[in-house]
Design a protein around this ligand. Structure first.
Ligand code: ADP
Length: 218
């Protein structure tokens, strides 16, 4: 274990109960999981906002969001490319007693997307590691992995009429507006700042297809 690794994981370990309130029941995280899991209060908020129908979590990691979605939604599909993450997410969902409401799928979100349908797609894609903090303006065209934010949005729009993206706190808001304007008619956009213990942690962008909301309103 390198010093850098142990110092950063130590920092995240201190927040373990913010990440998973049931951490002591045996929650499993790997190194990336410590850095990238959505803190539980924020994941719970996402779940309340994303509603009760079918939700796809495209980059589920160790399951922080999927577990909270499963408490509110009828059906959750949790996708991750890394088999270890799927194993840990499944294990953690058992601890939270919601594993029966989640289908875990190991695979590449971009390749699976054409075969997926849901009401909402939630995306917490790789931000490129903790280095995102070092730039003033986080650029979704060049810094998101494994593909840029425009391809990600286009892919997700084919699955659902609501697309929710969990992004770094310094993300370029103009680029989010560009994403919504890239559709015709433009998708509505709501940008939310997510705080934890009074500190800004991240930004969530909620995109909605206006044609679907109009149909639902009639
Ligand atoms: P960060 O850069 O924010 O630390 P990670 O590298 O931990 O992000 O990636 C977030 C999650 O996304 C990981 O669990 C990773 O396995 C998963 N992931 C990466 N690429 C894909 C993909 N193409 N499809 C599905 N999951 C992916």
């Amino acid at each position: 274990m390198t010093n850098d690794y142990s110092t950063s994981v130590k920092k995240y370990r201190k927040q373990r109960y913010h990440l998973f309130s049931r951490y002591d029941d045996g929650v499993k995280l790997d190194e990336e999981g410590w850095f990238s899991v959505t803190p539980e209060p924020i994941a719970n908020h996402h779940a309340l906002r994303c509603g009760s129908n079918a939700i796809i979590d495209g980059f589920t990691g160790v399951g922080g969001n999927a577990i909270q979605f499963a408490k509110c939604a009828k059906h959750v599909i949790a996708v991750d490319i890394d088999p270890k993450k799927i194993e840990y997410a499944n294990h953690n969902a058992v601890i939270y007693e919601v594993d029966d409401r989640i289908d875990f799928v190991r695979g590449d979100f971009f390749l699976l997307a054409p075969r997926l349908k849901a009401d909402t797609v939630f995306l917490s894609p790789p931000w490129g590691g903790p280095n995102y903090k070092k730039v003033e303006r986080y650029d979704i065209k060049t810094m998101l992995k494994p593909h840029d934010g425009f391809l990600l949005f286009k892919t997700a729009k084919g699955i659902a009429s609501k697309v929710v993206m969990f992004l770094p706190k310094n993300v370029d808001i103009n680029q989010l507006a560009e994403l919504s304007l890239s559709s015709c008619p433009p998708w509505s956009l709501e940008v939310e700042r997510n705080f934890l213990n009074g500190r800004l942690k991240a930004i969530t962008a909620y995109f909605t297809n206006p044609e679907i909301s109009m149909n639902n309103d009639q």
